[in-house]
Design a protein around this ligand. Sequence first.
Ligand SMILES: O=C(CO)COP(=O)(O)O
Length: 146
Amino acid sequence: MAVKSVALVAHDNKKRELVDWVSSNQQRLAPLALYATGTTGRLLQERLRRDDIHTLLSGPLGGDQQIGAKIAEGEIDLLVFFWDPLEPQPHDPDIKALLRIAALWNIPVACNRASAEFILSSTCMTDPDHRAQRPDFSDHARRRVE
Ligand SMILES: O=C(CO)COP(=O)(O)O
């Protein structure tokens, strides 16, 4: 299965950059289900005039954790998260948790416009076998109950 769904998240100083990037890639993103944290999602809806963006809670109110849960459940295939390297965030543990879950479940993560461009232009975006790389943790779960 190719990439079907994308989570879009940006910290305040990076929101304009993300919205601009999404706006200039509307065609390539059009077939994908879009998820976003609260404020990012609202800005995207305004700019793109799309009312089908799954907008979750704001990041500091649990939105990062909601995105992480959807990644763990296999609902999100790609994370585009323009996080702010210059400003501390009150919900830093949630941000770390989201990035950890994305690493754990082997989903691609773009942290800035350059990496987002690389990923969006990758053949993995349309590779029907892409989701086969999702790890199988069944042994891990069994080990913990023995
Ligand atoms: O804080 C965020 C990610 O950590 C983003 O949340 P908002 O999109 O609600 O601003």
